[in-house]
Design a protein around this ligand. Structure first.
Ligand SMILES: [Zn+2]
Ligand SMILES: [Zn+2]
Length: 379
């Protein structure tokens, strides 16, 4: 066993995480070597694998951590307190928060902190209840200004996503706080977000085998969602193509982009290995009233995802019209089109419950508390 693996095992042993807690690596994939932690609210026990240092409870208290190979040096208010494999700050009061800074970014978080080093890079892990984490994700991913019912939709989706995607387990935590996993923006003070998380506490979406589903979402489907195999390669259950009338008047419902006909012909020629003269002699118009997977003209076909990527289009739900020496894309929606359509969900949640919204966009799913899922999994 190599040293880094051993360290992660030691750190995992030091954790008290369970399915209702989650460990979030702060500052994404940043490779910081130093961090400062500032006291904000509550009481914290500060300790390492070999020693209890003190209780942190005073305004102005600051602990600095500096990585050195696979160990960490800690300084309390400028005075060195030790060099250890890991350090922890465990909350000892219900109201609590700390501000963490890695020099370029800072974040206020509730819950516990664990600090350790792998190969001279400092890892700062926030161990937090899953519901507090979900509040910070809604703040980071959806932002402010939505209805309570829509925040409930977002709460169930974010909670399920967190349990489905545990991409960082090999590093000693489950998720990072960046778009790579979900944007987690730390302490939330918005009352509607708090209420939505409490109202849906511990609720997740599972398929018929009690697996947490991959709760994919996008900005606007343009009136029809699509299956995963039309965007990537594998067909995922619970993500069927549905017609959506809720999003068609929203801000991302329609778009238009014009390019030169010559660049379009050049692209088609490259993708199909046919000469430019072939495309100059046929009708290049293409209509999409229902979603398709391929652009088809003559005997040629190009996957719409490739067109979208190459011309940086908002979606694959577009028609193509040749106007003189230009090609005009008339498009609908924004994003990959799989799973929840956020703008549709926002409109639907004005007149429907969050459960109805979830069942509209995700098919053959059940909404249930995590503890019930765990119970069913025993059998
Ligand atoms: Zn990540
Ligand atoms: Zn939609």
């Amino acid at each position: 066993m190599n040293k880094a693996k051993l360290i992660i095992i030691l750190i995992l042993l030091a954790f008290t995480a369970n399915s209702k807690n989650i460990r979030v690596g702060l500052f994404g994939s940043s490779s910081q070597t130093k961090a400062d932690v500032f006291y904000k609210v509550g009481r914290y026990e500060f300790f390492s694998e070999s020693k209890n240092f003190t209780i942190i409870s005073k305004r102005g208290d600051k602990i600095s951590f500096v990585a050195s190979s696979n160990k960490v040096n800690a300084y309390l208010n400028g005075i060195k307190v030790g060099e250890n494999t890991w350090f922890r700050l465990n909350k000892r009061s219900d109201k609590n928060s700390l501000e963490v800074s890695n020099g370029s970014k800072k974040k206020e978080v509730m819950g516990n902190l664990v600090i350790y080093s792998i190969g001279g890079k400092l890892k700062i892990v926030n161990e937090i209840s899953i519901d507090s984490y979900v509040e910070g994700v809604i703040k980071g991913e959806a932002g402010y200004g939505y209805s309570l019912e829509y925040y409930k939709v977002q709460a169930v989706i974010s909670r399920t996503y967190a349990l489905h995607h545990q991409k960082h387990k090999g590093e000693g935590f489950e998720l990072c706080d960046h778009t790579h996993c979900q944007v987690y923006d730390g302490v939330n003070t918005k009352q509607e977000i708090k209420q939505a998380v409490i109202a849906t506490s511990e609720e997740v979406l599972v398929d018929s085998s009690m697996n947490f589903i991959n709760t994919l979402f996008h900005s606007n489907c343009g009136g029809q969602t699509i299956t995963t195999d039309m965007v990537w390669s594998k067909r995922l259950a619970c993500m069927e193509s549905i017609n959506d009338t809720f999003c068609t008047h929203s801000s991302q419902a329609n778009w238009k982009k014009t390019i030169s006909k010559s660049s379009w012909v050049r692209f088609l020629s490259q993708k199909t290995n046919k000469s430019s003269s072939y495309f100059n002699s046929i009708n290049l118009d293409f209509n999409q009233t229902q979603r398709k997977e391929y652009y088809l003209v003559g005997t040629s076909k190009v996957r719409l995802t490739e067109v979208r990527k190459n011309f940086k289009l908002k979606s694959t739900f577009f028609s193509v019209h040749v106007v003189g020496d230009k090609v005009v894309f008339i498009g609908k929606g924004y994003g990959h089109g799989v799973g929840l359509c956020q703008e549709g969900g926002i409109v639907m949640a004005k007149t429907h419950t969050y459960q109805e919204v979830l069942h509209h966009y995700y098919k053959d799913v059940s909404i249930m508390p995590i503890s019930k899922v765990e119970y069913y999994k025993l059998f």
